[in-house]
Design a protein around this ligand. Structure first.
Ligand code: ADP
Ligand code: MG
Ligand code: ZN
Length: 482
């Protein structure tokens, strides 16, 4: 058997978050939120004689993406017609960019168990999305609400080598687009779509093998599994003396296999030519610099800063910066606490908050607890006014109702008992009602202390400070020995 190396390039389609479509003023809407064909006009349904107009915001967001991906931004841009027939493409062509994409020659850094690597970005053309076919029994329907939605294509160099790298690249790219707020990253809604081009070559050679392209991957799991399957399938074909056929293949999630879809079109099949209804798009340098100045801090830079400025571990920082809204929430909470240990805030976010977000399928933007409110809760726990377990109960209540921590603590009488006199009474009572355990303890079996402290905590309904209970209990036990 030969020793092969994977050669993989990823094409990513990402819808841009704009108010209106790419070439008309129709609103961009989510397909599940609006009736079909409720946001259409002669332009996005391809009526004869319609004239497209370029959406400035879409160009701006694509330039922003190109800058974040270290690309060169082209001054001279031409839109092109990519001709093909398909029911969801009413014009019979898609307005795209071919020889003159807005951005090219960038790179993106990924990290896997094998370390860090830079993956080249070949080009980022701007184009328009198609409509959606809906198949119901033996009828097919078309919804043109998506037709003409601004769409970026981010095409990598064939620099990826393994399925793990492909997944890391996809996740990193999605994170960057979400940071830039140019795309929401909702894979299940199809606003970002991944298509890996996959081939093999013998280790040590430089010539590329024949590639296949995988379509319709709608999760990172599918992206990774589909790529791994395809690499293995091609290795088997080559080992058996066969040849890989250049084709488009689909991923069958249930069977865990890729299946042939159609043989791949060549560029000439699309008969690209410059879009005659649009003038060349000239991008002024000053505009590019304005956009560059507005770039937010990106995930890698934020990660480095979180480790340095807050003394967090790389893993903790990674959990926080994966989502810009979470990172912002973290910083706002730390700021509100003014000097509290950031690690405690991190634990509350990655522990309680993430758990409840997950259980209730809530986005952090929808959380009722403002960072300032969480800071108040953390301050109560840190100051010993309530213990950690009570704090978690209060958090659950805050998450549900959005009420302030102090109000919940007062209303439910949860404040920690700081009166040591009261704790003395509770401890004495527990020792009186558990003579056997007391005897065992005094006989040298110190492990029963945990049980006795637990009983006292229960007696206090969780409101005593465990450390204080333990201290008082040890003293009272010692006194009983005499
Ligand atoms: P097309 O115009 O047919 O989509 P491109 O040459 O622009 O082709 O490449 C599309 C994607 O395929 C890019 O991500 C590129 O890196 C990748 N690619 C090109 N050749 C190969 C190959 N032999 N093996 C794997 N990926 C490839
Ligand atoms: Mg392609
Ligand atoms: Zn329209």
């Amino acid at each position: 058997m030969m020793n092969y190396e994977g050669v993989i390039g990823l094409e990513v389609h990402a819808e841009l978050v704009t108010h209106s479509k790419m070439f008309c003023s129709c609103a961009v809407v989510m397909s599940d939120g609006e009736p079909p064909n409720s946001h259409v006009c002669p332009i996005c349904t391809g009526m004869p004689g319609m004239l497209p107009v370029i959406n400035r915001r879409a160009v701006e967001l694509t330039i922003m993406t190109g800058l974040a991906l270290n690309c060169t931004i082209e001054v001279f841009n031409i839109f092109a017609r990519k001709n093909y027939f398909y029911p969801d493409l009413p014009k019979g062509y898609q307005i795209s960019q071919y020889e003159y994409p807005l951005c090219r020659n960038g790179w993106l850094e990924i990290e896997t168990a094998q370390g860090k690597r830079q993956i080249g970005i070949r080009r980022v053309p701007l184009e328009e999305d198609t409509g959606k076919n809906i198949h119901q029994g033996n009828v097919s329907l078309i919804d043109f609400n998506r037709s003409g939605v601004p769409l970026m294509e981010i095409v990598s160099e064939p620099d990826l080598r393994t399925a793990e790298e492909v997944k890391a690249y996809g996740e990193k790219l999605r994170a960057i687009l979400r940071y830039l707020r140019v795309n929401t990253g909702d894979m299940e809604k199809g606003v970002i779509r991944f298509e890996p081009n996959i081939s093999l070559r013998a280790v040590g050679t430089t010539v590329f093998g024949t590639r296949t392209e995988l379509k319709n991957l709608n999760s990172f799991r599918a992206l990774e599994r589909g790529t791994a399957y395809e690499l293995a399938r091609q290795a088997k074909v080559l080992d058996e003396g066969g040849r890989v056929v250049q084709e488009t293949r689909g991923w069958d999630e249930n069977r865990g296999v890729t299946v042939p879809q159609r043989s791949k079109e060549e560029a000439e099949d699309y008969r690209y030519f410059p879009e005659p209804d649009l003038p060349p798009l000239l991008v002024e340098r000053a505009w590019v610099e304005e956009i560059r100045a507005q770039l937010p801090e990106l995930p890698d830079a934020k990660h480095e800063r979180f480790v340095k400025a807050y003394g967090l571990s790389a893993d903790d920082a990674g959990l926080l910066v994966a989502d810009r809204a979470v990172a912002d929430y973290f910083e706002a909470t730390v700021k509100a606490l003014g000097g509290q240990p950031p690690k405690a805030v991190c634990n509350w976010l990655t522990g309680e908050l993430f758990r409840y977000l997950n259980e209730t399928q809530t986005a952090i933007e929808q959380v009722k607890i403002a960072p300032q409110q969480l800071a108040e809760l953390i301050a109560l726990v840190e100051a010993g006014a309530i213990n950690l377990n009570t704090g978690k109960r209060v958090f659950a209540e805050m998450f549900k109702s959005g009420a302030a921590a102090k109000a919940i603590v007062e209303a439910q009488g949860l404040a920690q008992i700081s009166d040591t006199g009261a704790i003395e009474v509770i401890v004495a009572k527990v020792l009186d009602t558990n003579p056997n355990e007391v005897e065992k303890y005094l006989g040298g079996k110190e492990t029963v202390l945990g049980f006795l402290v637990g009983q006292a905590m229960k007696e206090s309904r969780g409101k005593a400070k465990p450390a204080t209970v333990q201290e008082i209990m040890k003293r009272q036990l010692a006194e009983r020995k005499q």
